[in-house]
Each structure stands twice: as structure tokens, then as C-alpha cells.
Design a protein around this ligand. Structure first.
Ligand SMILES: Cc1ncc(C[n+]2csc(CCOP(=O)(O)OP(=O)(O)O)c2C)c(N)n1
Ligand SMILES: [Mg+2]
Length: 560
């Protein structure tokens, strides 16, 4: 007999089918009874890939990693209660990094709320302002409009998550018992013809209109001594390199922009404090490093470019231009003649090359691993076409300072909210693309999400996790907190935990590196092994700060 379980699965199947029609391919499911209709619907759909992950926090970060690497929305499924609350950090990261996620939380039906019913909490608006859209589904029922309601909500969830701006969506889905089907599932409709989505969605064009482009072109032409600063970008925008070349402005590209390639400065962080540009074009996410932020503070004028965000934490911008970076660069290239006077860009290119050379020579003379060189060498060791997931804290800053230009590696970080949480899961999610994936992270970042490794190491496609073990949060040694009497207890938190023992307990291969020169080979060997491998790099905590000072002194000397 058709009862609640069969009706719920029929409705959930409409939802699952519409997600697949909208381009969703991966669903991260965590076990639980209330979500039975959702779990069965996605698992029985021929085109959805289901990843079953015990810990919802890990599941959400794993899905986040897949979504970051594929730019396709990933769906999450879990049961009612605290289960869904564990998604929150990844949903926040998705919001601030514009990553498409569709969170499907199962719930008790309305009549069980506020009665003391088991595992029942108020899930409406659970993620506060983080989702781009929250919607409470009706309890499944067979009505004339069942197909329209379930398919159109799913189609809209995919459209909102895809953006622009992309981001997370939360659907809360109450189900009434019984939940496990035992009879035939009713067919509530087969959707639009030809497998088309229920509703086509055409987002507004993101090209800036002609007037601001003309104004910006004149501003650029008038400034001989400008600079382009490019933070993280979601999409490939190589025309920014062409623009920089044409207008003869140096390009300061963070690795996550995908533009740290030939033509961009190679080690801009080492020389930025000497540049005083009259105009800065700031593209993509706001800069990670203090030096770049200080540069924006000194610039005569800052123009910010982004399709939707207000990327101006220090309130330096005098013009926010709503445009897609690549489209804007194309439009400017079509409007601006190549600049003949190249003295400004050549001067900074020469300083940049000298700084890069001095830093490399010095770092190569050190035998013990130093975090800056580890970042440089790991970035070099990722195979062509591979992905480099970069952890927050020192790794992301060191990569920005020391990564040499490369165009065949894609760098992804959790820089929307810059948490150190969920990073192991994110790296393994990124690895589900099947491309070689290397994650570089600090020891605390690894430990924060070590539990996820136990579950995922044997289930997910492999990744290489490079852990810089410097005995705690070494970044605090470089911050004012490092000189507080309680610095070790409250901030750095040194520990006696064995990274390798934890990795082995999770079933991973391990490799210990104690010599700086071995990092690249260890990464290459781990990639080739095709099994999830933790490369444990021992970095002496006390060695870092004096080495950073030595590099600064060497660079100051050659570029004076
Ligand atoms: C979820 C979360 N908790 C706390 C912080 C604050 N935090 C920033 S860096 C850091 C230390 C990271 O240590 P580690 O991963 O070892 O990197 P290292 O500083 O040694 O490079 C902490 C705790 C954060 N960013 N995110
Ligand atoms: Mg550390």
C-alpha cells in the first residue's frame, strides 16, 4: 500500500532528478533515519554519485572541496538534529568563497516540533545569513501540483547556488513516518522533455557597460606608474595578463588567482614595500598579505573590480566596478593602445627577478626544512594539470611569497572565511576530480580535521597531504601575540602528537622528510604511489623567524 514512506521517496526522487538535470553530480550523504527518503532517492538515481561520510562536518567540507574544484554544485544530505548543525562551517566558507552547495536537511514534521520529540530542533534558518536561499519544503503528499512544487524548488536551488554570485542554499525537508518504503513507489511525473531542467535560468550578463570602461581606460592611460593586484578568482582570467602587458603595469597575482604565471611578478611580496603606485586596479578577492594591503593604502587611487562583492576591507577603494574580471580585461584591451614607455614595468621586473634570485639562493643553502621553501618546492612538485590545496595560516602566506610562476597548476584554498577547520576533508574532496592533488597545511590544521582522515582515507580517491610540523601555530610567533607571556599555552599550543602515528592509524602511507632538499622528491613519489600519503615535514619552530629576517635582509640588499 502507498504510505508516507513511498510518497516521501517519490517526492524526494523528483528533487534528486531535478538536481541531476541541473548539473549536480556528487552528493555527500551522512547516515541517519529521518533522511531515508533523500538518501534512497539520490542513491537510486543513475547519474548521481553518492559519497557516504559519517561526520557531517567532514561531509560538508568534502563536498565543498568537490564544488571548488569542479565549479559544479554539490548536494549534502543528513538527518535531523545536531547532524545538520555540523555543516555550518563549510556552509559559511561556501558563502564567502562563492562555492555552490545545496544542503538538504531532513526534519521531523511540524506536529512533532516543540513537543520534546526525539532529535528534533528548530532547523529553520539554521545557518542564519550564510545561505543565499532558505526554503522549508512541505511534508511530501500526492497533490496535483506535487511534481511542479518539488521540481521547481530543486531547479531553483541549483540556479541560486550556481549564481552569480554562487553560494550555498539550504532546503529543510520534513518527513513523516514510516520512512522505509516497502511497496511500489508512485510515479509523480517525468519532468520536462529531453531531460531538460524544470526551469531554465538565465543570469544577467556581467560585462560592464561601455561608459565606465571608457572612463577606466582613460584613467589607466594617464597613469604610467600603476599596478594590477589580483586576489583569488573563481574562473580562469588569462586576459588580465595580456592587459598588464599592454598597459605596462606590473601584475601582482596571488597564487589563487591562477595568474601567477610568466608575465606576472615572480616574488612580488618581497618588493612590494618599495612600490608607490598612483593607481591600483584590485581584482578578485581582497589580498591575503599585509604587504599588499599596505600597498593599497599607499596607492593614490584604488579601483576595485568584482561582479558582486564589496572587496575593500580597508576602505581604500574610490570606485567599485561591477564586472567579470576577464570580460573587463578584454574590453580594456580593445580600447587601450599598447603603452610605449615601459620603464616602470621593466624597473619592477628587474627588482622582482633580483629578489627572487636572492631569496632562492639563500633558501637553497639551508639544509633543514623552512616553511617558505617547503611552499615553493611543493608548488613546483605538483604534476602538470594537478591541483594544489593550500591551508590557511603560514602555508597560504608562504605560497604567496615564494611560489614561482607556473600556469599548469590550479591553487585552491579555504579563503572565504580563512578557517583552519575541515581542511583534510576539503583536500580529499578536491582530489575527487581524479587529477593529482596535493594539500599543504600546518600541523594544527591537520590535527583539527584528523578524524576525517580515518573515514576518508580508505574511501576517497587519493591525495597527498603535506604537513609542515613546526610544533603548533607558528604564525603566532610572527604576530604580536607571540611576545605575550602566555603565548605558548594560549596561542601556539605546541603538542606531542605524532602526525605519522595518526596518519598510520587512519590507514595512510606516511613519509617523513627531515632535509629541505627532499621535499619535492617526496611529493612526487607520493603522487606516483596513488595512495593517500601524509608527507610529514619536520620544521624547527625556532628557525622560522630568524630565517624570514635573513631573507628580508638579503632582498633589501640586492634591490636597493
Ligand atoms: C577554525 C579556526 N580556528 C582557529 C583559527 C585561528 N588560527 C589561525 S592560524 C592558527 C594556527 C594554525 O597552526 P598550523 O596549522 O600549525 O599552521 P602554522 O601557523 O604553524 O603555519 C589558528 C589557530 C582559524 N583560522 N580557524
Ligand atoms: Mg604549525
Amino acid at each position: 500500500m502507498t504510505g508516507n514512506a513511498e510518497i516521501a521517496l517519490a517526492c524526494a526522487s523528483l528533487l534528486a532528478d531535478e538536481l541531476a538535470r541541473g548539473g549536480v553530480e556528487d552528493v555527500c550523504v551522512s547516515p541517519g533515519a529521518r533522511s531515508t527518503p533523500l538518501a534512497l532517492a539520490v542513491a537510486r538515481h543513475p547519474r548521481l554519485r553518492v559519497h557516504v561520510i559519517l561526520d557531517e562536518r567532514s561531509a560538508a567540507f568534502f563536498g565543498l572541496g568537490i564544488a571548488k574544484a569542479t565549479r559544479r554544485a554539490v548536494a549534502l544530505v543528513c538527518t535531523s538534529g545536531t547532524a545538520a548543525v555540523n555543516w555550518h562551517p563549510a556552509i559559511v566558507e561556501a558563502r564567502y568563497s562563492q562555492t555552490p552547495l545545496i544542503a538538504l536537511s531532513a526534519d521531523r514534521p511540524p506536529e512533532l516540533h516543540d513537543t520534546g520529540a526525539n532529535q528534533t530542533i528548530d532547523q529553520r534558518g539554521l545557518f542564519a545569513s550564510a545561505p543565499l536561499w532558505f526554503f522549508e519544503m512541505p511534508v511530501p503528499a500526492i497533490e496535483d501540483d506535487s511534481e511542479r512544487v518539488w521540481r521547481s524548488v530543486a531547479a531553483r536551488a541549483v540556479a541560486v547556488a550556481a549564481g552569480p554570485p554562487a553560494g550555498p542554499v539550504h532546503l529543510n525537508l520534513p518527513f513523516r513516518e514510516p520512512l522505509a518504503p516497502s511497496a511500489e513507489i508512485p510515479d509523480l511525473g517525468s519532468g520536462r522533455e529531453g531531460g531538460a531542467p524544470w526551469e531554465r535560468h538565465s543570469p544577467a550578463a556581467l560585462a560592464a557597460d561601455a561608459h565606465p570602461i571608457e572612463d577606466l581606460a582613460r584613467l589607466i592611460e594617464a597613469a604610467r606608474d600603476g599596478l594590477i593586484v589580483c586576489g583569488g578568482l573563481e574562473d580562469d582570467a588569462p586576459s588580465i595578463l595580456d592587459l598588464a602587458e599592454r598597459i605596462a603595469w606590473p601584475l601582482v597575482a596571488e597564487p589563487q588567482s591562477g595568474l601567477r604565471r610568466d608575465g606576472a611578478l615572480s616574488a612580488p611580496q618581497l618588493i612590494l614595500d618599495r612600490i608607490d603606485p598612483s593607481v591600483v586596479l584590485s581584482v578578485g578577492a581582497p589580498p591575503t598579505s599585509r604587504a599588499t594591503r599596505a600597498l593599497l593604502g599607499r596607492a593614490g587611487r584604488v579601483v576595485t573590480v568584482d561582479p558582486s562583492r564589496w572587496n575593500d576591507p580597508d576602505r581604500r577603494s574610490s570606485w567599485t566596478l561591477r564586472a567579470d574580471a576577464a570580460l573587463l580585461a578584454d574590453a580594456l584591451i580593445a580600447t587601450i593602445k599598447p603603452r610605449e614607455d615601459r620603464a616602470w614595468i621593466e624597473r619592477w621586473r628587474a627588482a622582482d627577478a633580483a629578489a627572487r634570485d636572492a631569496a632562492d639562493t639563500l633558501m637553497d643553502s639551508w639544509d633543514e626544512p623552512f616553511e617558505g621553501r617547503v611552499a615553493r618546492d611543493v608548488a613546483r612538485a605538483v604534476p602538470a594539470g594537478g591541483l594544489l590545496a593550500i591551508g590557511s595560516s603560514l602555508p597560504v602566506r608562504d605560497l604567496d611569497t615564494f611560489m614561482a610562476p607556473r600556469e599548469d597548476v590550479w591553487v585552491i584554498g579555504n579563503r572565504g572565511a580563512s578557517g583552519i577547520d575541515g581542511f583534510v576533508s576539503t583536500v580529499l574532496g578536491i582530489a575527487q576530480t581524479g587529477e593529482p592533488t596535493v594539500g599543504l597545511m600546518g600541523d594544527l590544521t591537520f590535527l583539527h580535521d584528523a578524524g576525517s582522515l580515518a573515514w576518508l582515507a580508505s574511501r576517497a580517491k587519493p591525495a597527498v597531504l603535506v604537513v609542515e610540523d613546526n610544533g603548533g601555530g607558528a604564525i603566532f610567533d610572527l604576530l604580536p601575540q607571540g611576545s605575550i607571556r602566555e603565548a605558548d599555552d594560549l596561542f601556539v599550543t605546541p603538542h606531542e602528537l605524532s602526525i605519522e602515528a595518526i596518519a598510520r592509524a587512519a590507514g595512510c602511507r606516511t613519509r617523513r622528510v627531515t632535509r629541505a632538499a627532499d621535499v619535492a622528491e617526496a611529493v612526487a613519489e607520493a603522487v606516483a604511489a596513488g595512495e593517500t600519503t601524509v608527507v610529514h615535514v619536520e620544521c624547527a619552530r625556532t628557525a622560522g623567524p630568524p630565517r624570514r629576517a635573513e631573507i628580508a635582509a638579503a632582498v633589501a640588499h640586492v634591490t636597493k
